[in-house]
Design a protein around this ligand. Structure first.
Ligand code: ZN
Length: 386
């Protein structure tokens, strides 16, 4: 081994300059001193390299969708470089925590959350979004779905999106319109003792009012779903209608004062007995066309079918609906225009077509029946105690 270079002219940096004055040793002692210094220097370099090596080596625990995949070692500088080095392919929408550009530390935890497809139905538009798990709110905001003040998201209780989720954005619009309508008038009832009980009369027609409504129209995805009145202004007050209800139950007719049960306006028709002398047309067998073979000349109650005089002693005979007028009841029938007085009558008969407020009045003569025809609004009193 050759001697070391002359002090001060070494190829290595003269890190430990030794002078006789400061060292205070002889030449051999100085060489020894220099060898120690070099050993220390090389040792330091090795230590430094080891340190650099260890400093450049990183460990990373990898998690995929929350599940640990193992720990890897790397000399990559950033998260992205590490993932590339390990052949982990990422979709641009996959979420990596910490961020891809993060410089690795000694020990690292890297979380990868894979993105999946979510369908957003925005009004009548279909949009497919690729995303890792986020809240519905975040997803919509992040993808530029701006929500109006009345817009609604369905399902309403869904907090976080999931693979295959369908999220509906219901676009809600409110419009306002004015509409005018009639205000029906109030109906007041007054008692009138001069009017028969069961009858009523309009004393005052009244008048409908006018109002204006402010209507809120709600549309969802362009289709109207509701219409609601949110304000009303009365433009014209309605005038009340007055109706009189009769309370009178006393009937004065034929010099008599009678109490009646009820009064009603009926549709009246007439019928003939079909008996010989009535003038009813007869068929070949001599039977009346009006009554057919059923006629026996007697009523349903067994009375002889004769017209009567319309007096209390000889009342007229009428067919009634027994559910409305019990058979045997005494009636007073007001005069019929063009026919004249009817007067007292007894409910003695029934008829297939005589239902409800209808009566059939018996006449002796076929020609009187033809003349009578059909009369509406015939006033009939059902007398009390009959
Ligand atoms: Zn007849």
């Amino acid at each position: 081994m050759s001697r070391g270079p002359v002090l001060g002219k070494t190829a290595w940096p003269d890190l430990f300059p030794v002078t006789k004055n400061s060292c205070g040793y002889g030449r051999a002692a100085i060489d020894l001193c220099r060898r120690h210094a070099l050993a220390i220097f090389y040792g330091a370099v090795v230590v430094l390299m080891v340190l650099v090596y260890h400093g450049a080596r990183h460990q990373a625990a990898l998690f995929l969708d929350g599940e640990e995949q193992g720990t890897v070692e790397t000399f990559s500088r950033t998260v992205e470089e590490l993932l590339k080095e390990k052949g982990i392919e990422l979709h641009p929408r996959d979420r990596v925590t910490p961020h891809r550009q993060t410089v690795l530390g000694r020990y690292n935890r890297i979380d990868i959350e894979r993105a999946f497809e979510v369908t957003v139905v925005d009004g009548n538009r279909l949009v497919f979004v690729y995303t890792p798990a986020v809240s519905v709110q975040e997803l919509l905001a992040g993808e530029g779905f701006e929500l109006g003040p009345y817009d609604r998201v369905e399902p309403a209780d869904l907090k976080e999106v999931y693979d295959g989720a369908v999220i509906k954005v219901i676009r809600v619009q409110k419009q306002y319109a004015c509409s005018r309508s009639e205000v029906p008038c109030e109906v007041r009832i007054e008692k009138n003792p001069l009017l028969d009980r069961g009858l009523s009369r309009i004393k005052n027609e009244g008048k409908a009012g006018l109002q204006e409504d402010l209507v809120e129209i709600t549309k969802e995805n362009g289709a109207e779903v509701s219409r609601k009145v949110i304000g009303t202004a009365l433009l014209k007050k309605p005038l009340a209608k007055t109706v009189e209800h009769g309370t009178n139950t006393t009937l004065r007719r034929e010099n008599r004062v009678m109490e009646f049960e009820k009064v009603f306006l009926a549709t009246a028709t007439a019928y003939c007995p079909g008996t010989p002398g009535s003038g009813c047309p007869l068929d070949k067998k001599g039977r009346s066309f009006c009554t057919g073979s059923y006629n026996n000349g007697y009523t349903a109650t067994g009375k002889k079918a004769v017209q009567g005089q319309g007096t209390l002693a000889s009342p007229r005979i009428v067919a009634v609906d027994p559910r409305l007028i019990p058979l045997g009841s005494l009636l007073y029938i007001e005069p019929v225009p063009g026919i004249g007085k009817i007067g007292f009558a007894k409910a003695e008969d029934v008829g297939g077509a005589i239902k409800g407020q209808r009566i059939d009045l018996l006449f002796d003569k076929h020609r009187d029946v033809s003349k009578f025809g059909v009369r509406r609004g015939v006033k009939i009193y059902l007398l009390k105690g009959s």
